[in-house]
Ligand binder design. Structure first.
Ligand code: ADP
Ligand code: MG
Length: 276
């Protein structure tokens, strides 16, 4: 379980201090998938860096399984949007890198890698280098490289952004299947509401920067879930609308940066929504 307790983060000091996260509190329950949605530039990646232990909050604290996070740890694995594959290593070498660097048993590692290569459909590509893989294959290789470490907590920051729509959809469905197979505490960041509803047990809607929690929405839709059935599911669509109206409001605030005209626009939008 991950707990953020009144977490604030500012960059810079004194007069130049820029608040990015303001008093953010939430819980990501154990063995559930918690999805953070928020407008871009809200401070989501900053929050992920705090949870990963790469940076420290200015105020407040973060706990994993009741213990304060003081730095990076093996229990937490972060997969970012940017590729972290080593370009000079083959797919297989990339996947076994972590365990071998920790001097884990080679035979064991190789058999786990084989299992994951099969799971991710990369067996035929195991001797290829990242540059010789498609975008979707690179993401799968990266997923395999994370999963071989069998982390208790898996943190994914917009991992499928930049993929074409079809590949992204396949990757998502694949990821859902994987997480339904192996219980793990998942924290997933996205700006895409369809993606969020598909994955989430709990949805945390964030405000524009400085980031606060706007709403916590429990998504108790039955599993297994599929994107195309969710599109026609009334309960799913109701949740989506609820989250979207908040997100849209926040996105417009972020977009407008507080101008009067934008404020009026948001007000009009809110009235239109209320009338629906
Ligand atoms: P998101 O992931 O929600 O799109 P980020 O967490 O990347 O947002 O960024 C939120 C805000 O924090 C941005 O305005 C960004 O410029 C600012 N920011 C992030 N890191 C730093 C830093 N190291 N120094 C100063 N400002 C930063
Ligand atoms: Mg980000």
């Amino acid at each position: 379980m991950i707990e953020a307790k009144s977490v604030s983060k500012s960059y810079g000091a004194g007069r130049f201090a820029k608040p990015v996260i303001a008093e953010c509190s939430f819980v990501a329950p154990r063995h559930k998938c918690t999805v953070i949605v928020g407008p871009s530039g809200a401070g989501k990646s900053t929050m992920i860096r705090l949870i990963a232990g790469f940076e420290k909050p200015s105020r407040g604290e973060i706990l994993t399984d009741g213990k304060a996070v003081t730095g990076p740890g093996r229990d937490r694995l972060v997969m970012f949007q940017e590729s972290a594959l080593f370009p000079w290593m083959t797919t297989e070498q990339n996947i076994v890198y972590g365990p071998l660097a920790r001097h884990e048993r080679k035979a064991d590692t190789v058999s786990r890698a084989k299992f994951l290569l099969e799971k991710t459909g990369l067996m035929a590509a195991k001797r290829r280098y990242p540059a010789q893989l498609s975008g979707g294959m690179q993401r799968r290789a990266e997923l395999a490289r994370s999963l071989i470490n069998d982390p208790e907590i898996m943190i994914l920051d917009e991992p499928f952004r930049g993929l074409d729509a079809m590949t992204k959809k396949l990757m998502l469905e694949y990821y859902v299947k994987l997480s339904e197979e192996t219980p793990r505490t998942n924290l997933f960041v996205t700006t895409d509401i369809d993606e969020a509803i598909l994955l989430a047990d709990r949805l945390i809607v964030m405000s524009a920067a400085p980031m606060r929690v706007r709403a916590v929405i429990d998504v108790d839709l039955p599993r297994p879930r599929e994107l195309h059935t969710l599109l026609r599911d009334d309960a799913a669509n109701a949740l989506k609308l609820e989250a979207l109206s908040l997100l849209h409001e926040e996105a417009m605030k972020a977009f407008a940066g507080g101008s009067r005209a934008a404020g009026d626009f948001i007000e009009a939008y809110r009235k239109r929504l209320a009338a629906v």
